[in-house]
Design a protein around this ligand. Structure first.
Ligand SMILES: [Zn+2]
Length: 311
């Protein structure tokens, strides 16, 4: 029963779990009905608390820096430093890429896991800046934390993927996808062609989320997310947010893209988009969806299992 040890009981379907629980203990050893929807890849089950701890750090960074993490403000640079320090300690090859916009310096954080074919890159990204009005926790400490925790899970698993995993945290998204556009525009064509897929995570922690939006830009990539959520008995709907987040910078360069979102909320771009504006269980599902996609698309083999939880 390897799968059950790696996936929550939700993967088996509520009815089946109820049936199993109501049986005498010995009956469990007998033939088990095939679950209706079981995820095809064994990715780690990352505790929601891990991602929430990063989101709390971004909240604290905003609180210590005039209440925001916006482009050109000290809270942005502190956010970038936090992400980079975690990745450096976990063994990633990291780059702090600077750019100038509106007379202020911005930064993208880029991190490569130094395993797998460098000519086939699976890229997960999220924007790291907030608007000046608030700390930007659903938008987008939620995505930044989910992607960071996925990267750290890759390190903890000492993963040996077939393809190269790259992670990005973009500056100045709120001012027009500035950081991601800069990154893509400054990649030589040969480097750009190595990026086989880009997955975007923007606003993935909204309270009371019951249905996740899956970007419809790529049917193939979108199906990876849908497969994960189905294994958890969670509903999805196809959405097209076109040019409204950083995936557009990659799509415009001919790269296959997708992503997920829990959607916005009453505190969108407001002061109240704080740590109380996101929900732990939603963060857990979003983070594990990101990890599932990373494991599946980069081809992390079973030898990387069992997953070693955080110390
Ligand atoms: Zn956003």
């Amino acid at each position: 029963m390897k799968r059950r040890s790696l996936f929550s009981s939700a993967a088996l379907g509520v009815g089946l779990v109820t049936a199993l629980l109501s049986l005498p203990g010995g009956a469990l050893a007998q033939s088990t009905p095939r679950p209706a929807a079981v995820a095809a890849v064994q990715s780690p089950d990352i505790p929601a608390a891990n991602s929430m701890a990063h989101a709390q750090q971004f909240q604290s960074i905003a609180a210590a820096n005039s209440g925001n993490r916006a482009h050109g403000k000290p809270g942005y640079r502190a956010s970038a430093d936090y992400v980079k320090s975690k990745l450096d300690a976990a063994g990633f090859q990291t780059t702090l890429q600077s750019f100038t916009h509106n007379g202020a310096t911005g930064w993208n954080v880029i991190a490569d896991w130094p395993q797998g074919d460098p000519n086939q890159i699976v890229f997960l990204g999220s924007h790291l800046d907030s608007v000046p009005a608030g700390p930007g926790i659903n938008d987008n400490a939620s995505g930044s934390s989910s992607v960071l925790e996925t990267a750290l899970a890759v390190s903890r698993a000492d993963a040996k993927p077939t393809k190269r995993l790259r992670f990005g945290w973009w500056g100045a998204e709120e001012l027009g996808l500035i950081g991601s556009k800069y990154y893509v525009a400054n990649l030589p064509a040969a480097e750009r062609s190595k990026i086989k897929s880009y997955l975007n995570f923007d606003m993935v922690g909204a309270k009371n989320t019951k249905t996740w939006g899956v970007y419809t830009d790529s049917t193939t990539l979108g199906a990876t997310f849908t497969e994960f959520f189905r294994s958890k008995n969670i509903a999805t709907k196809g959405i097209n947010i076109s040019g409204r987040s950083d995936h557009a910078s990659f799509k415009n360069a001919g790269i296959e893209v997708s992503g997920i979102t829990s959607g916005d909320d009453p505190c969108y771009h407001s002061k109240c988009d704080d740590i109380n504006n996101i929900e732990s269980s939603v963060m857990g599902h979003s983070t594990n969806a990101a990890a599932y996609a990373a494991w599946k698309l980069a081809g992390i083999p079973g030898q990387a299992l069992p997953f070693r939880p955080a110390a």
